[in-house]
Write a protein of this length. Structure first.
Length: 56
């Protein structure tokens, strides 16, 4: 799981490379989560992380 803050474009680009490596080299699912310092999306984030764990 990689968390990227919306204002940090450098880490957003790096996240793509990390995700590609994790999936191709290790065969593991990868979840990139972009957040904006707010608690408004907690439910959606929880659902996405739970789905990732189920796929593992």
């Amino acid at each position: 799981v990689d968390v990227v803050l919306q204002a940090c474009h450098a880490y957003n680009v790096e996240s793509y490379k990390v995700g590609k490596h994790v999936e191709e080299a290790h065969g593991l699912p990868f979840l990139k989560v972009e957040i904006d310092y707010s608690d408004a999306d907690i439910g959606q984030l929880r659902t996405r992380v739970e789905a990732l764990f189920e796929s593992i």
